[in-house]
Design a binder for this molecule. Structure first.
Ligand SMILES: Nc1ncnc2c1ncn2[C@@H]1O[C@H](COP(=O)(O)OP(=O)(O)OP(=O)(O)O)[C@@H](O)[C@H]1O
Length: 248
């Protein structure tokens, strides 16, 4: 097996809360091989976004090692982290986070315009076609539907061929039809690009897109298993509810 894209060991992270401190991630160890698609589930406040932010180099851990793409990101300088985020990680957020003053095409090219890997005209055309926006490539974000905006965000995250794609509730603002279209697109891009995908979601039907589902509770991984164990989202949903109730 190829070496893991993500290798996290004994990760801890706390935040100040009032006069005290709350430990959000308590002891997280996790390996994600190249090409694997992992869904992270857990109740609100269980630490999912905190984990994703640490993997993406947006937040530093208090303890533990975080090796992504062969590099220990916990010990990188701010400058090295900026380059890591730009070149090796693709981020997809619930709120799409497009730049309102840039067109579809310019938003997709943003990492490249910010000094990242050069993107050829052919690669840009292919990506725009893949996400179904050829007819909207010069449109501004505020003229796009939510589903279209999220497709721009996906194209932007993947155009640089990152080692790792991190998606935080990417379907949170989409209706069921756009969520289904997004699932087809995610799985297709994941297959063709072969990067590691980590997706945070509350929705069992979205978690079923993944190869593997991890459940976080109170800052710990309380379950981790392949989604092939579930015939469908209904079974995944009841497993998830049981896991949260059973976990200490
Ligand atoms: N910068 C911060 N400062 C203080 N507390 C924080 C900070 N970021 C997160 N927290 C706290 O850490 C806990 C975990 O937050 P996190 O956003 O990781 O949870 P989550 O599982 O992603 O939740 P949700 O599903 O609601 O998005 C929450 O109690 C939150 O209030």
């Amino acid at each position: 097996m190829s070496s893991p894209v993500i290798s996290v060991s004994r990760l801890k992270r706390s935040f100040k809360s009032g006069t005290g401190e709350v430990t959000v991630l308590k002891d997280i160890s996790l390996a994600v091989p190249q090409g694997e698609f992992v869904a992270v589930m857990g109740a609100s406040g269980s630490g999912k976004s905190t984990l994703l932010n640490i993997l993406g180099g947006l937040l530093s851990p208090d303890e533990g090692s975080v090796v992504v793409d062969g590099r220990d990101i916990g010990s990188m300088s701010d400058a090295a982290l900026t380059v890591y985020r730009r070149d090796r990680v693709g981020f997809i957020f619930q709120m799409f986070n497009l730049v309102g003053t840039l067109s579809v095409e310019e938003n997709i090219l943003l990492p490249s315009l910010a000094g990242g890997r050069r993107v050829s005209a052919a690669a840009l055309d292919a990506m725009i076609e893949k996400v179904g926006l050829s007819h909207r490539r010069h449109a501004m974000p505020d003229t796009l539907s939510g589903g279209e905006q999220q497709r721009v965000a996906i194209a932007r995250a993947l155009i640089s061929e990152p080692a790792l794609v991190l998606a935080d509730e990417p379907t949170g603002n989409l209706d069921s039809e756009n969520t289904r279209l997004m699932g087809d697109l995610f799985q297709d891009l994941h297959r063709t690009q072969g990067c590691a995908f980590v997706l945070v979601t509350h929705a069992p039907d979205v978690a079923m897109w993944a190869d593997r589902v991890i459940v976080l509770k109170d800052g710990r991984i309380v379950d981790d298993r392949p989604t092939t164990e579930f015939p469908g989202p209904v079974e995944l949903s009841s497993f998830y509810e049981r896991t949260l109730n059973d976990a200490l």
